[in-house]
Design a protein around this ligand. Structure first.
Ligand SMILES: Cc1cc2nc3c(=O)[nH]c(=O)nc-3n(C[C@H](O)[C@H](O)[C@H](O)COP(=O)(O)OP(=O)(O)OC[C@H]3O[C@@H](n4cnc5c(N)ncnc54)[C@H](O)[C@@H]3O)c2cc1C
Length: 500
C-alpha cells in the first residue's frame, strides 16, 4: 500500500484482517515522511461502524482519541429559494430508514403536506433536533436505538488507525518516498523505487497516495474522468474553531450559499467549518469574507486552509496488479460524506476478490471496475440531485446547476419517472446502489420536488395518518429515554460502553 491517509490505513487494516493466519502473505504500508495527509473528512456514514468493529477499534477509543461526536443526519438549510420557502427552508437527510411502521408514506405526505417530511415519517428527526445521542450508556459498542455514524478529527483518526494497524494487525510500516515505479512483463508493476530503501518488490499494489495517484494515474497512466461539468464545487476553505462547552448537534449542518455550501461539524472540543465553492462563480477573497461572516468572528488567528478539489474518478480503479483506493481513485466533493464510504466499499470488495495468482487478474479487475465505476456514477447522481432540483435564482451557480446539459442522463431519467409516480423501491435495482429509495425520498421531499399529485382514497389517508401519529408518540417516548449528546460523551470518556 502506498499512502498512510485514512484510505491507506483502513484498506491495509481490512486486508491484514482478511489475510490473518496466512503466513505467506503480509501487508506493508509505505508512507512519505514529508507529504502530509489531506487531513479533512470529518463526516462519516453508518458503514464506518462495521469497519471499525472489523478492524478492532473500540467506540470508546474513537471518542477518547479523536474528539468524536455522533452523527445521525445532515441538516440542509437554504438549499431552496428563501424568498419562497422562508422558515421552511431546511430539512434532514437522516440515517434511519423512514416509515418505522411499514408503509411508504410519501404519497400521504404529498397529499397532506401539513408538516415536514422527515418529521412526519421518522422518529430520528425528533431525536436529532432535540440534540440527543442515538444511544445511552447501557447500549453496547456500535449499537443504538437509531442508525448513526460519527464526526471526528481526521488527523487524529488517521493516527488511531495507524497505531491499531501496526500494534494489533501486524502491518509492516516503511516511512519513505516512492520516487519511481518499475513495470515488468505485460506492464504489471514489478517494483516500486524508494528514495532511501531502493527497490521493493511486491505481488500486488494498492495506491492510496491521495490526489496525486502516483501508481494508477501516474505510472499506469489510467486517465481521470473529469466531472467538473456536472459537479461545480471545486474549492474549499476549511477552519477549526475552538469551542468546548456549547451544544453539540448530532448532525452535520450544511448551509447553501450563492456558489456552493458550508459544512459545520461539531466535535467535542471544536467546530470544523468548511466553505465549499466553485471558483468559476466566486473568487477566493469573497469566499474568505463569507466564511468569516458565517463563523461570526475574525479568522486572522485561526489557520484557514485553501484546498483544491479534483472532481471525478479514474476510468478504472483496478489495472493489472494495482488497485487505487481513496482520493487516488476519485473524489466528488464532501456533500453527503461519500469519500470514506467509497474507500470502505472498495477495500471490502478487494478483500473479497483478492487474487491468488496473475491469471486471475483480468476477471477480478473487470468485476471490481464495473462495481466501483457504477458506484461513482450513482454517487455523482445523488450529489447532483441536491443542486439540480433547487429553485434558487440568486446566482448563475444555481441556475447553471439546473441546465439539463449538466445533469447525467441516469438522473434525468429518474427525475422524469418521479414526475409520473412517487418513488418506489423497484426504482433502485442494483446491489451497488449506495443511495437508495430512503435517501432519495429525504432529499426529494425535503427539497419539495414537484411530484404530480396522485390522490389517495380516504381509507388509505386514514391508515397512513395513524402511522404518522404513532411516529410522533414513539418520538416523544424516545426523547425521554435518550441523553443529551454532550452529557453522554463526558460519561463515555470515563466509563466506555459495554463491549460487543
Ligand atoms: C475539502 C474536503 C472535505 C472532505 N470531507 C469529507 C467528509 O466529510 N467525509 C469523507 O468521507 N471524506 C471527506 N473528504 C475526503 C477525505 O478527506 C479522504 O477520502 C480521506 O482523507 C482519505 O484520503 P486518502 O487517504 O485517499 O489521501 P491522503 O490523506 O491525501 O493521503 C495520501 C497519503 O499518500 C502518501 N503519499 C503521497 N505521495 C507519496 C509518495 N510519493 N511516496 C510515499 N507516500 C506518498 C502521503 O504521505 C499520505 O500518507 C474530504 C476531502 C476534501 C478535499
Amino acid at each position: 500500500m502506498v499512502g498512510g491517509g485514512t484510505a491507506g490505513w483502513i484498506s491495509a487494516s481490512l486486508l491484514a484482517k482478511k489475510l490473518k493466519g496466512d503466513p505467506t502473505k503480509t501487508v506493508t504500508i509505505i508512507e512519505s515522511p514529508n507529504i502530509p495527509i489531506i487531513g479533512v473528512g470529518e463526516g462519516t456514514v453508518p458503514s464506518i461502524r462495521e469497519t471499525l468493529r472489523k478492524i478492532g477499534i473500540s467506540e470508546r477509543d474513537l471518542f477518547v482519541h479523536c474528539d468524536a461526536t455522533f452523527k445521525q443526519s445532515i441538516k440542509f438549510t437554504n438549499w431552496l429559494d428563501n424568498s419562497i420557502h422562508g422558515k421552511y427552508n431546511s430539512y434532514h437527510h437522516l440515517f434511519d430508514y423512514p416509515f418505522p411502521f411499514g408503509d411508504n408514506l410519501c404519497p400521504y405526505w404529498h397529499n397532506d403536506q401539513s408538516s415536514d417530511f422527515a418529521e412526519m415519517v421518522s422518529i430520528q428527526q425528533h431525536t436529532a433536533e432535540s440534540m440527543r445521542a442515538p444511544k445511552d450508556m447501557v447500549h453496547r459498542e456500535f449499537e443504538g436505538v437509531s442508525d448513526y455514524a460519527y464526526h471526528f478529527d481526521a488527523h487524529k483518526f488517521a493516527v488511531l488507525l495507524k497505531r491499531n494497524a501496526i500494534d494489533n494487525l501486524g502491518i509492516e510500516y516503511i516511512q519513505d518516498n516512492v520516487t519511481d515505479v518499475r513495470l515488468g512483463t505485460e506492464n504489471l508493476i514489478e517494483a516500486i523505487v524508494l528514495e532511501q530503501c531502493g527497490d521493493k518488490n511486491f505481488d500486488f499494489y494498492v495506491d492510496c497516495s491521495g490526489f496525486s495517484s502516483i501508481l494508477l494515474g501516474g505510472s499506469l497512466e489510467i486517465p481521470f474522468i473529469d466531472k467538473k461539468d456536472v459537479i461545480f464545487s471545486n474549492r474549499a476553505l476549511t477552519v477549526q474553531v475552538p469551542e468546548e462547552e456549547s451544544v453539540i448537534p448530532p448532525y452535520t449542518i450544511s448551509t447553501a450559499h450563492k456558489a456552493g455550501w458550508v459544512w459545520d461539524i461539531a466535535l467535542s472540543r471544536r467546530r470544523g467549518v468548511g466553505f465549499v465553492f466553485s471558483d468559476h462563480f466566486m473568487a477566493q477573497d469573497q469566499a474568505y469574507q463569507k466564511l468569516e461572516r458565517y463563523v461570526g468572528r475574525s479568522l486572522d488567528s485561526l489557520n484557514v486552509r485553501a484546498i483544491k478539489m479534483k472532481i471525478g474518478h479514474r476510468k478504472k480503479a483496478w489495472h493489472k496488479n494495482c488497485v487505487a483506493i481513496g482520493l487516488s481513485q476519485g473524489f466528488v466533493e464532501p456533500l453527503e460524506a461519500t469519500a470514506i464510504l467509497i474507500s470502505d466499499f472498495s477495500a471490502n470488495f478487494l478483500c473479497n476478490k483478492l487474487p491468488h495468482n496473475t491469471s486471475e487478474l483480468p476477471v477480478l479487475e473487470k468485476r471490481f471496475n464495473n462495481a466501483v465505476i457504477y458506484t461513482w456514477e450513482r454517487v455523482i447522481d445523488f450529489v447532483k440531485l441536491h443542486y439540480c432540483i433547487s429553485d434558487r435564482q440568486d446566482s448563475d451557480f444555481w441556475i447553471e446547476n439546473r441546465n439539463t446539459n449538466s445533469i447525467p442522463d441516469s438522473l434525468l431519467e429518474k427525475l422524469s419517472l418521479w414526475k409520473h409516480s412517487y418513488p418506489t423501491k423497484d426504482d433502485f435495482f442494483s446491489k451497488f446502489e449506495v443511495f437508495d429509495i430512503e435517501n432519495y425520498l429525504y432529499i426529494l421531499c425535503g427539497m419539495k420536488y414537484g411530484f404530480t399529485k396522485r390522490l389517495l382514497d380516504p381509507q388509505a389517508m386514514d391508515r397512513y395518518g395513524e402511522q404518522v401519529v404513532k411516529v410522533l408518540m414513539a418520538a416523544k417516548e424516545q426523547q425521554k429515554l435518550l441523553p443529551d449528546q454532550r452529557a453522554l460523551l463526558k460519561k463515555l470518556k470515563l466509563h466506555g460502553f459495554p463491549s460487543i
